[in-house]
Ligand binder design. Structure first.
Ligand code: ADP
Ligand code: MG
Length: 319
């Protein structure tokens, strides 16, 4: 199969009517039609085999995840997904692999309503770059820099599941059979919080998505907002499968330093707390208040009112 046949066969199947696409795959460029008064949010992420994923990842999961991690960046800015491109570098044309990969990619694309409008296909060690474009009314995007002293800190969903899921996949943690598929699923099929991001646009003062782990990612937000924070680790949202699989200390460590949750961390001023409850309830996404922005000079973790230092349980960081 030649490159153009491969593209035709695997990547032109999506129905993209209803999107503002003047010209999709097939020419030297795609042509898209931005909405009036909207800024275009652009982000790309590369996944390299043996660096960001292991060769044994199911190709469908890789397809889904290669888009989901990018959609998470749009979510954290409050942008609505619109168009994407896909740069695929593959060692060979493996039709079975491509069938599964593209089914995972398009599953996420259909669900989150984003159109594949172009890309590039080359031969080489397996590597995938998805570039997403979203739209957000000018002046309303969420950023890392808007948190203010006194704002409340929240996260969506639950934390630490993905990192434990990876350890289960790699065999470095054993968990009960009934928790395996949930934990592995959270690692292979993270849920980008796109709807929550849209709902937060007029409410949150800042936001970031959690890709490297709460403890590390929140520091970017604090630095860029020039503020500090107090987090009560007893408030961290933990799933039942996580809590019942590891000790309390390990669970906190997964939640604080485990990567690839792709949940949103955001801050909300006191005056918006009521509106937040209503807006996020409508999206069906769970969210939990975990702390508060303060004026000190660094992040403080507390547990039972005492300063808390997470244990390092030494799991592999694979990002
Ligand atoms: P060029 O050599 O002009 O870059 P290509 O042969 O690489 O053109 O690509 C032909 C068309 O197919 C372009 O519209 C390009 O955007 C699209 N395309 C190439 N690879 C992919 C891919 N992996 N997914 C989606 N579209 C692709
Ligand atoms: Mg090309």
């Amino acid at each position: 199969m030649k490159e153009f046949q491969l593209i035709e066969h695997f990547f032109t199947k999506q129905a993209i009517s209803g999107h503002d696409v003047e010209l999709g795959i097939g020419d030297d460029c795609a042509l898209v039609i931005p909405a009036a008064n909207k800024a275009i949010a652009i982000s790309c992420d590369t996944l390299v085999e043996n660096v960001h994923f292991y060769p044994d990842i199911p190709p469908k999961a890789l397809g889904y995840k290669s888009l989901a991690v990018n959609l998470s960046d749009l979510a954290s800015m409050g942008a609505e997904p619109a168009w994407m491109t896909l740069a695929l570098t593959l060692p060979d044309v493996d039709e079975e692999w491509l069938t599964s990969y593209s089914s995972g990619l398009f599953e996420a694309a259909e669900y989150y309503n984003i159109a594949l409008v172009g890309g590039d296909t080359t031969r080489g060690p397996r590597s995938i770059t998805v570039t997403v474009n979203g739209q957000v009314p000018i002046g309303t995007a969420l950023t890392r820099s808007g948190a203010k002293n006194g704002d409340w800190i929240y996260v969506t969903g639950t934390l630490g599941d993905s990192a434990l899921g990876l350890d289960v996949i790699r065999g470095s943690q054993q968990v009960a059979v009934e928790h395996q598929s949930y934990l592995v699923g959270r690692h292979y099929y993270p849920t980008p919080r796109v709807l929550a991001g849209l709902a937060l646009r007029t409410l949150a003062s800042s936001a970031i998505d959690l890709s490297d782990g709460l403890y590390s990612d929140i520091q970017h937000l604090l630095r860029q907002s020039v503020v500090s924070a107090i987090i009560d680790v007893d408030l961290l949202p933990l799933s039942d499968p996580l809590k019942s699989s590891v000790t309390d200390e390990e669970a906190l460590s997964y939640a604080l330093t485990g990567g690839e949750d792709y949940e949103l961390l955001f801050t909300v001023p006191e005056a918006q707390k009521g509106a937040l409850e209503i807006a996020l309830a409508n999206t069906g996404v769970s969210f939990t208040q975990i702390g508060q922005i303060s004026s000190g000079d660094k992040l403080k973790l507390i547990r039972n009112g005492q300063p808390y230092t997470p244990i390092n349980i030494g799991f592999e960081h694979f990002s």
